[in-house]
Design a protein around this ligand. Structure first.
Ligand SMILES: C[S@@+](CC[C@H](N)C(=O)[O-])C[C@H]1O[C@@H](n2cnc3c(N)ncnc32)[C@H](O)[C@@H]1O
Length: 379
């Protein structure tokens, strides 16, 4: 880390686990500290400066990035000065942050930061970028450019609120989007399963057998031709369709049929039966419902469970999670609660104040206080 990477910075914290920053340096962990899982960091300041400084010790070390940047709304977000912790639209109240960069200027602002974030990401890491439906499609193109189209994994629709009256002619907006990219093809993935409700079972398993068991059927063949193996051969006189192969060896198919687990259609097409009572979960799909808190303590504060879900899926215990637009610290709280290390950055005084308050008030923190280092970066 060289001095011209960042300006003098100060720490003013004696939080448990805090490391004093050296005079005139940002106080980011040394190589050894970073490797050993040194303290979490809350950094107040312009994130471009902070990200550049982090590169020295954290290049390729961050497992998961979540960012929820301004959405180019050309608006201002305030918190009540007298009613601390309430979101306000009164010009008399304290400005939390201004979201006034729009169009190409906004995209340039984001691009500069995304390039640095890609450098910080580990080879098996992921980035989730939260954005709205108005600017999201332009940001998708930017993400493709920086992270590569081949590393695009999902455009997640997030249902953010209950239906409400929409003032203009048009459909009510209840969603925003989360763009999910990996750094490479080898990515941390803890397959998220969600409980299968009775309603799901009725919808997905429409048939009922003679014993009253709900079931559905799936093809017995899968894509790809087997040239020499037995899964490419005829079974019961039937060849798999062109370009496909049997999912199992003929002996296994025989056994399935003997157990009554294959359903034959009227024109002799076999399909495998899947029973509802043998399934308790299903894979998470790309429409998520995580509504934001009805009484946020910071404008645009996100749902804590949303962050916990992302962290559980795309990182492991002890991994480093980064949010460089951390606002009220939702990502940091989620990471802390799941035994991950974290770095949060925000340049707003009110954001930092709320994040610090939320961190200290975290459940369980009475006897085991949340340890982190607090740093300031001056522009
Ligand atoms: C949409 S809010 C994030 C809210 C957050 N996800 C939460 O749950 O509270 C965006 C945040 O980005 C911060 N921000 C905007 N531009 C920044 C910059 N250049 N450097 C650091 N923080 C910035 C703002 O202060 C604001 O708190």
């Amino acid at each position: 880390m060289t001095a011209d990477h960042f300006p003098p910075a100060t720490t003013n914290s004696t939080w448990p686990g805090a490391e004093p920053a050296g005079q005139g340096r940002l106080g980011l962990a040394s190589d050894q500290e970073a490797a050993q899982g040194a303290a979490n960091k809350l950094i107040q300041g312009e994130n471009l400066t902070a990200l550049r400084a982090l590169l020295d010790n954290y290049r390729g070390r961050v497992s998961l990035i979540y960012i929820d940047p301004p959405f180019a709304t050309n608006g201002e977000y305030r918190v009540g000065a007298t009613r601390t912790g309430t979101v306000s639209s009164s010009p008399a109240d304290t400005l939390a942050y201004a979201d006034t960069l729009v169009g190409a200027e906004f995209l340039d602002f984001l691009r500069e930061r995304l390039v640095l974030l890609r450098e910080l990401l580990a080879d098996n890491g992921s980035i989730y970028l939260h954005i709205d439906y108005k600017i999201g499609h332009y940001v998708k193109v930017l993400m493709d450019e920086v992270f590569g189209q081949r590393n695009f994994r999902n455009d997640i629709t997030r249902i953010k609120c209950n239906p409400k009256n929409f003032p203009r002619k048009g459909y009510g907006n209840v969603k925003d989007l989360i763009l999910f990219y990996s750094k490479s093809g080898n990515v941390i993935w803890n397959d998220p399963q969600v409980p299968l409700s009775e309603a799901d079972k009725e919808r997905l398993f429409r048939k009922v057998d003679a014993d009253g068991r709900r079931y559905t059927t799936i093809p017995l063949h899968a894509p790809g031709e087997t040239v020499n193996g037995s899964t490419g051969q005829a079974w019961r006189g039937l060849l798999p369709p062109r370009g496909r192969h049997w999912r199992s060896e003929p002996a296994v198919l025989e056994e399935l049929d003997r157990q009554g687990l294959i359903e034959w259609s009227a024109n002799r097409v076999p399909r495998k039966k899947i029973f509802a009572d043998e399934k308790t979960t299903r894979r998470m799909q790309d429409i998520w419902e995580f509504k934001d808190p009805p009484y946020p303590v910071y404008p645009t504060q996100k749902n804590l469970e949303l962050l916990q879900f992302i962290i559980a899926t795309s990182s492991n215990a002890g991994d480093l999670v980064l949010d460089c637009f951390c606002g009220s610290g939702t990502t940091l709280l989620a990471a802390q609660s799941m035994n991950r290390r974290w770095i949060g950055i925000d340049d707003s005084e009110p954001a930092i104040a709320v994040a610090r308050k939320r961190l200290v008030e975290m459940p369980g923190s009475l006897f085991s206080a949340t340890g982190y280092e607090f740093l300031r970066v001056d522009v």
